[in-house]
Ligand binder design. Structure first.
Ligand code: HDD
Length: 703
């Protein structure tokens, strides 16, 4: 592979200079008329420094402003030549460099990572045939069916324009006003209200291209294709209460987690999946392949895992790389093409346009992170901040003075040609009637969830609509929910002090002024599958504790063998162990060995951990028992359904918390994931389960 290593500058051991290379003698004092006099306009060093500073910020992204990125590579498992001629999908020995940016949608650049939101999942493949961008999300469907509604959707979810409240949250009137009048959003809303919207880690999210795209092989034959990213660590989420607390305790939780994992050598990995649909099957399904509010259940078209992406390098400079990277669904390579999905079609305009205002110049492709690995040759010239120095007299085609260079490439030479789709239609401003099924896949999604997941969805609606002030909007939403699931609608209505009623006539709000609603009756399609196991995170792989964060609660006198044995076993299984103690510094175990403390109860918190262990040791437990924060740590970890283990005297700490009653209760569900006097293997198995949601069914714990 041509390695995508960007040129970097190190200031180590160098003299300080101005931007013109002049060595600076005094960077601490401005030039003045006398030591106590006014500063002089002549001070070009002061002016240059302040001017640059004044212009340091660029507009943040209209959406997806908050993000984190990493470098890596992609490798295909076997040649996909049967379906596509895309060069990077041919040869398993080729590693294609990638840069990935994950993001939340609604929040500003400095907003919390744990907002309830869709996550962006953008991949730039630096292929030998040019950059290919797959600009997707962590849910497979979208809120709207036509790009013309995108500004409305985003205006509704962003902070309200009069007072700019709330930040990075959909729980407010304008969002639910729009949604309650936009029934096509219901499928994606179910995903957004599910735990998918509060991931445990960016390394544990799925990715989807959302739209149906095309593969085209060397013979010109086309196939429809849906793209997937499947994380090898499984898909996992946190609890909503936990998300709220993480947002305060560590708003950079996801960014830190991604960065630290890569720094520690635990490289995040995803398998690249495709659902391939032969051209002839375009109309085989109960939904339209061009409708971005629909997914193709994996039971109907299995996902073939065709390659792997590994993220193995953190950016050197956040602004230069993560902030300046410019994605665009229209950055294609031969062998991949669009479909007529009207959401995708509108995106093809929006992304270049936004880069122009955000990065300020049509030369944004010359910023190192955006440069293709093959050299660029065309007749585009000049513009703000042009970097390339084109030689010669010709900047036009056709020409003779440069022998016709740069030349057009034949298809056989790698020249791109669009798929020759036959179109025979009237020019109309309309929605396809095949898009009029708004609820069947929302129901499919809901029905495919485990019981705890369904409860979380109901809780999310209760929270979000509870924050809505307009009773009318709340009522309209509850009524709309009856189309997805009556029990869900009733549960949400009950919490809001309402009764679910008849939904609005959904059609009226999505038609032009002159359209006849009678022509656009909603269709209710019977889903080809009743449940789809891939839609539930309960079925995620649970066989590894790699990179899981385990808190050891300890103080002076902690039992040396409990501590040492458990730590050794967890580290061997790939977990990360952190010692949380009443104060910072070091502690001495029962064998007088010094142990580094990672966090005190002041800076540490249960919500940033996956599991808790309390080793024995009389003195240590005595100290922890007099520490209310230690008791709270246990209660909170229990509330968030995490594995908790204690050995020897450590059990006393559990007994003194609310969890003690659960331990003694003999109720298997309440005790799930609580382990006392155990072998490390049992704890490892419990941590791998991620969460014991079953505990939520029992009486709640105050924490
Ligand atoms: Fe978009 C950014 C994903 C619909 C207009 N979008 C953006 C990013 C992601 C997506 C992941 C962040 C890229 C980055 O990390 O820099 N967007 C999607 C998906 C969509 C979608 C999966 C539907 C399936 N987007 C969509 C529509 C429009 C836009 C319909 C406009 C008509 N999106 C933009 C944008 C952004 C953007 C305004 C803001 C920053 C940027 O492009 O570079 O152009």
């Amino acid at each position: 592979m041509k390695k995508k290593k960007l040129d970097t500058t190190s200031d180590q051991g160098e003299f300080m200079t101005t931007n013109q290379g002049l060595k600076i003698n005094d960077d601490t004092n401005s030039l003045k008329a006398g030591a106590r006099g006014p500063s002089l306009l002549e001070d070009f060093i002061l002016r240059e420094k302040i001017t640059h500073f004044d212009h340091e910020r660029i507009p943040e992204r209209i959406v997806h402003a908050r993000g984190s990125g990493a470098h890596g590579y992609f490798q295909v498992y076997k040649s996909m030549a049967e379906y596509t001629k895309a060069g990077f999908l041919q040869d398993p020995s080729v590693k294609t460099p990638v840069f990935v940016r994950f993001s939340t949608v609604a929040g500003f650049r400095g907003s919390t990572d744990l907002a309830r939101d869709i996550r962006g999942f953008s991949v730039k493949f630096y292929t030998e045939e040019g950059n290919y961008d797959l600009v997707g999300n962590n849910v497979p469907v979208f809120f709207i069916q036509d790009a013309i509604k995108f500004p409305d959707l985003i205006h509704s979810v962003k902070p309200e324009p009069d007072n700019e409240i709330p930040q990075a949250a959909s729980a407010h009137d304008s969002f639910w006003d729009f949604i309650s009048l936009t029934p096509e959003s219901m499928h994606t809303i179910m995903w957004a209200m599910s735990d998918r919207a509060i991931p445990r880690s960016l390394r544990m999210i799925e990715g989807f291209g959302v739209h149906t795209f095309r593969f085209i092989n060397a013979k010109g034959k086309s196939f429809f294709v849906k793209f997937h990213w499947k994380p090898l660590l499984g898909v996992h989420s946190v609890a909503w209460d936990e998300a709220l607390k993480i947002s305060g305790k560590d708003p950079d939780f996801h960014r830190r987690d991604l960065h630290d994992a890569i720094e520690s050598g635990a490289f995040p990995e995803w398998e690249f999946g495709v659902q391939i649909i032969p051209q002839e099957d375009e109309h085989k399904f109960g939904f339209d392949l061009l409708d971005p509010t629909k997914l193709i259940p994996e039971e109907l078209v299995p996902v073939q895992r065709i390659g792997k992406m590994v993220l193995d390098r953190n950016p050197d400079n956040f602004f230069a790389e993560v902030e300046q990277v410019a994605f665009h669904p229209g950055h294609l390579v031969p062998g991949i093409d669009f479909t007529n999905d009207p959401l995708l079609q509108g995106r093809l305009f929006s992304y270049t346009d936004t880069q122009l205002s955000r990065l300020g110049s049509p030369n944004f492709h010359e910023i190192p992170i955006n440069r293709s690995v093959n050299t660029v040759h065309n007749n585009q010239r000049d513009g703000h901040m042009r970097q390339q120095i084109n030689v010669g007299k010709s900047s036009y085609h056709p020409n003779s003075i440069a022998d016709g260079s740069p030349a057009q490439a034949k298809i056989a030479e790698g020249g791109f040609s669009s798929y020759e789709e036959r179109i025979d239609a009237h020019k109309v401003r309309a929605r396809s009637k095949s898009f009029m099924d708004f609820f069947s896949q929302a129901t499919l999604f809901y029905n495919s969830q485990s019981e705890p997941e369904q409860n979380h969805i109901a809780d999310a609606f209760k929270f979000e609509l509870g924050k809505v002030e307009s009773v009318e909007i709340r009522q309209r939403m509850v009524n709309l929910l009856t189309q997805v699931s009556i029990p869900l609608a009733n549960a949400v209505a009950e919490s809001l002090g309402l009764k679910a009623g008849k939904p609005i006539e959904p059609i009226n709000h999505i038609l032009g002024a002159d359209a006849n609603p009678a022509d656009y009756k909603p269709i209710k399609v019977k889903s080809e599958v009743e449940k789809s196991s891939a839609l539930s995170m309960a079925n995620a792989s649970k066989d590894s504790i790699k990179t899981r964060q385990i808190a050891f609660l300890a103080a002076d006198g902690v039992d040396a063998s409990d501590f040492g044995n458990m730590k050794k076993a967890l580290l061997a299984a790939g977990a990360v162990v952190k010692v949380v103690a009443p104060k910072n510094g070091t502690l001495k175990d029962s064998a007088s060995k010094e142990i580094k403390i990672d966090m005190s109860f002041l800076t540490g918190t249960s919500v940033v951990f996956d599991a808790i262990y309390v080793p024995g040791g009389e003195k240590s437990i005595k100290a922890l028992l007099s520490e209310p924060d230690a008791i709270h740590f246990i209660n909170e970890a229990y509330k968030h359904c995490k594995a908790i283990a204690a050995t020897g005297k450590g059990i006393e700490l559990i007994n003194q918390s609310y969890v003690g009653a659960k331990l003694k209760s003999g109720d298997a569900d309440a005790k799930a994931g609580l382990l006392t006097d155990l072998k490390p293997e049992a704890f490892i198995k419990a941590i791998a389960q991620h969460r014991f949601w079953i505990r939520e069914k029992k009486d709640k714990i105050p924490a």
